[in-house]
Design a binder for this molecule. Structure first.
Ligand code: IMP
Length: 198
């Protein structure tokens, strides 16, 4: 089995990606490698933050690793909240406050187009590679659904009339930003390791 570090403490995300990778790869979280320092994500782009996290872990471990960063980009708000999605309303990860602030900001706007974008930075043999996953949709007038997290209750993906928070996790993963970035990462890892390129 090949060990790969996912630069995240979020065990839920780690298990989700491990399920896609299957048993040829053994994903290690930051807790698994006893890395408990805070990594300051102060870049002004998703790419920049994914790179900071991946580079920090590469420098400390010297092992193949990757990190992700996700943002909700709203067209009428010039791409906000974007890289600031987790702390849009001030305090990090207050999903309810973030969502209310977003609905308020869009109150007078007729253009409600939005997209979720995930960027993954993989570092292998010291070289960086980026993978991107996007899902397009729009922001509803009011929240609906109780599943998921973050902005899920107000995000309606294109070609659907229900929000991410009304979908089962497996249905969301099939079309989601994170799902598609992870699939690209997985394909790349399989190709590299099948070719013996470690
Ligand atoms: P992270 O980079 O995965 O930690 O995501 C940053 C922030 O984007 C989260 O705190 C959420 O507010 C938002 N976000 C990321 N992914 C999703 C999603 O799948 N649904 C809803 N909100 C999300």
């Amino acid at each position: 089995m090949i060990d790969i570090i996912f630069a995240s403490h979020n065990q839920h995300k780690v298990s989700e990606v491990q399920a896609i990778l299957g048993d040829s790869f053994n994903l290690l979280s930051l807790s698994d490698i006893n890395y408990h320092e805070e990594i300051i994500e102060d870049a002004d782009s998703l790419e920049g933050n994914a790179r900071i996290k991946a580079q920090t872990i590469w420098k400390s471990s010297g092992k193949t690793c990757f990190a992700d960063d996700t943002g909700l980009e709203v067209e009428a708000l010039d791409g906000a909240p974007g890289v600031h999605s987790a702390r849009y309303a001030g305090v990090a990860h207050d999903d309810q406050a973030n969502l209310q602030k977003l609905l308020l900001a869009l109150q007078e706007k007729s253009n409600r187009k939005a997209r979720f974008r995930t960027v993954i930075c993989l570092i292998i043999g010291g070289k960086e590679q980026f993978f991107e996953g996007i899902v397009n949709g729009h922001i509803s007038e009011k929240p609906s659904g109780k599943k998921g997290f973050g902005y899920d209750p107000v995000f309606i993906p294109d070609e659907y009339n229900i929000s991410f928070a009304e979908m089962d996790e497996s249905e969301k993963n099939l079309i989601s930003h994170r799902g598609s970035a992870v699939k690209k990462l997985t394909n790349d890892l399989f190709l590299r390791f099948l070719k013996g390129n470690k």
